[in-house]
Structures are given as C-alpha cells and as structure tokens.
Design a protein around this ligand. Structure first.
Ligand code: CTP
Length: 404
C-alpha cells in the first residue's frame, strides 16, 4: 500500500509548458489511492484542459472564485479547499507564481487557496534556464523554504526554449517519490519495530478438533495497519483469523495456531522490538494429551484434562528491557481493579481494558469501547468507536507516553 493511500491531495497547476505532465501526475496520485482536487490558474488552461484533469481526478476542477458562465454560480471556497487538503503540491510552479507565493500576492483562486492551506506545501518549479538561475528566483526559493514550503528541485534537461540546462519540472514519478519519501521521513513510528499478537489460538484435542474462542483478530490487525501507517515495521503474530493485511509491505504476518507457537514466535521477535502490543485472545488452557487419531464417541460422558498454557504477556514482562509493553484485559466484573492488577503483575506500561458489559465492545464486532490505564495510574475512558479508531488512539497514547 502506498503511503499516499487515503491522502487528500490538492494540486495547483500554473501556466508552464510542463502543465501537460500534470495529467500523469494526477493519474499516479489516484493510482496510489489518494483523493485529488485540482486548482488551476486561469492561464494554465491554455496548457492542459480542466476537462482532462477533472476526468482523471474524478473531481471538479476549480480555477476562479465563481464559475462565470453559470448564472447560478456558487462561490468556490478557497478556505474550505485549503482545509480539506492533507498536502498541497503546486506543479508546475512558474517564476510568477513563486514570486506571488513568496510575497503573499493573492490575485487568483490558487493563491487564495495557498494562503489558506494549513497542510504541507510542495512546489515543483519549471522555467527556463536563466529564469531558474535568476537571483530573484533564488531569493524566492529561499523565502519559501524558510516558511516550510518544500521545493522539489527542477531537473536538468532540454527546455521548451530549446536550451539545455536546469529548469525542467521534475518528472511526475519523481514528484510522487519525493513526496512519499518526505511523508515517510516525518512519520512518528519511523524506524520503530512493533510486535503485535492477534486473534485466537486453537489448542488441538485430536487431529480434527480443537479448543478455541470467538476472537476475530480484527483489533490486532487494525493496530498493525495503524502502526504501519505511522511508519513502523510490524511483526504481526496471528492466530487463525479471516482478517488480511492485503499488500502492506511494512507488516510481516506470521501465522500460528497454538498458544505455544505464538509464545515461540513472540519470543523470537521480542528482543528486536520497541513496542509490543499483545491483543491476542490466547487460550489459558490446552488439552494435556493430544490424541494421535480422531477420538471415537464411545462413552456417555467424556472429559479432557487441561493444562495451563504459558502466559506470553507475563513472560515478556519478565524479560523486557527497553520495550514498551501493552496488554489487553477482557473483564466482566471489577474491571478496573482487575486490569490494574494485570498491569502490575505482568510489568506492563499500558493496559487496554475491554469490558464485556459495554454494548458494542468485544468479539466479532467492528466497534470497541476501551479504557486505557497507564503505569502512572492514569485512567482514560474512551467512547464507543470503530476498532480502527481505537487502534489509532492507542498508538497516540503510546506515543504520548514515550515522549512524556
Ligand atoms: N495473554 C497472553 N498469553 C496468555 C494469556 C493471555 O499473552 N496465555 C495476554 C493477552 O493477549 C492479553 C492479556 O494477556 O493481552 C490479558 O489476558 P486475559 O485472558 O484477559 O487475562 P489473564 O491474564 O489470562 O487472566 P484471566 O483469564 O484470569 O482474566
């Protein structure tokens, strides 16, 4: 999955020959899973048509404050557009537009949107050789960099004038690459390894039967996805589950069946882990003896002797050094007291309490209602939320504690 997936990208197009390349740029953004809206300066429409860009972006293209040809014209709200965006890229950025950006000149919708945008702004200059080298252009680059705008440098090559030199707009692929890398470098879990356990475990009775539970694995998979989106490298150790991680390369999915296998894999990865989040519903007991062959129904009653499985979370709490360790607690009574007890006895930094008494929480549903309890005894009760939102909140909470 691309880091641009789900990102809202506002593309500003200005009047340079390279504007024709924005058709490819929009396609690449859409292919990466981004949502794209385009704002054009009026003059840029001589170089690429709004119809091309609206078709490719699947959104209307804006170029003036109102649509003059339409008598019921609505106001194109630059403030809303600016706030909508997760990132803005002005490509091609002509010398003229860069001059306006550097000096706050606001004589078209694109400039008004630029001045209203609160997100990261990138710009990809495109102009002729001597214009690119001109002192005023350099001053404008520097001014824009000093206010945090990010320049995607022009490339060396043949220019529209026939001259050869610096000034060609970076190729669309390079613009996408530049932005993706920049976003990645800013992610708060960049360089961090996160270990997650998820799903149920199955404990064999005989070759065809097992003891299991109703855990779907959804909570753990959502945490894995949220951690990957924040830049982490994730080792997701999952018991049997129908959940998938699709093609997220940052997630290493390790499939296991039993508590013992989950224990072994968790210990394999733990030493090299920064944050471990154990959300699996691990069987507490397993059959003491596993029959080699299918057990026949001979007697009226039948008992299975069970023995305790190893507590993975507790065992990691015993050996942890610098790892931040998070556990889950599923409780039905005296919830807070039990959760706090587990936090202490398993040497955790944070515990996530699920109460089965809460409607919409627990197994098999896509929502969850949790309470975060920290080592310093902070009790943070959350609203009923989607499991994906709970995952994001949990990682925010962990980051808060790590940076406290
Ligand atoms: N856990 C684990 N290995 C086990 C059992 C539990 O890693 N063998 C982890 C779970 O993933 C969860 C936490 O321990 O993060 C709490 O599990 P829970 O079953 O609620 O608590 P237990 O400690 O097993 O206590 P009890 O069943 O008595 O409530």
């Amino acid at each position: 999955m691309s880091i641009l997936s789900g990102k809202r990208i506002l593309l500003g197009v200005t009047a340079g020959i390279a504007a024709y390349k924005t058709a490819s740029l929009v396609r690449l953004f859409i292919k990466a899973g981004a949502e794209v809206k385009v704002v054009m300066t009026p003059a840029s429409k001589d170089f690429v048509t709004p119809l091309t860009l609206s078709t490719l972006s699947k959104n209307p293209v804006f170029s003036s404050f109102t649509n003059e040809e339409d008598e019921n014209a609505e106001w194109n709200n630059h403030v809303e557009l600016g706030l909508w965006a997760d990132l803005m890229i002005i490509a091609p950025a002509t010398a003229n537009t860069m001059g306006k950006m550097a000096n706050g000149i606001c004589d078209n919708l694109l400039m008004a949107t630029y001045l209203s945008a609160k997100c990261d702004v990138y710009f990809a200059p495109a102009m002729d050789l001597d214009m690119y080298k001109h002192q005023t252009t350099t001053d404008n680059f520097n001014k824009l960099s000093s206010i945090g705008n990010k320049m995607i440098p022009a490339a060396h090559g043949e220019l529209a004038s026939g001259l050869v030199g610096e000034g060609r707009m970076a190729e669309p692929e390079d613009i996408v690459e530049y932005i993706s890398r920049d976003i990645l470098s800013q992610l708060p879990l960049r360089g961090k390894k996160v270990l997650i356990t998820a799903g149920p475990t199955y404990e064999a009775i005989d070759p065809v039967r097992f003891i299991g539970n109703h855990s779907s694995g959804k909570m753990g998979y959502e945490i894995a996805k949220a951690a990957a989106r924040l830049g982490a490298e994730v080792n997701l150790i999952s018991g049997p589950s129908h959940e998938t991680v699709s093609n997220i390369t940052a997630i290493n999915l390790v499939k296991v069946t039993s508590a013992q296998q989950m224990y072994d894999e968790a210990h394999n990865y733990f030493e090299d882990t920064h944050i471990a989040i154990l959300s699996a519903a691990v069987a507490d007991y397993r059959p003491k003896n596993v029959a080699n062959q299918k057990i026949k129904k001979k007697t009226e009653t039948f008992s299975i002797e069970l023995e305790k499985t190893k507590d993975i979370l507790k065992s990691l709490g015993e050996i942890k050094s610098k790892q931040f360790l998070v556990g889950f607690a599923l409780e039905t009574n005296n919830e807070l007291e039990h959760a706090k007890g587990k936090l202490e006895s398993k040497n955790l930094d944070l515990i996530v309490l699920n109460s089965l008494n809460d409607k919409g929480a627990g197994f098999g549903v896509s929502t969850n209602k949790v309470t975060f309890i920290t080592k310093s005894n902070l009790v943070l009760e959350q609203e009923l939320k989607s499991k994906s939102q709970v995952a994001k909140d949990l990682l925010d909470q962990i980051l808060n504690q790590l940076h406290a």
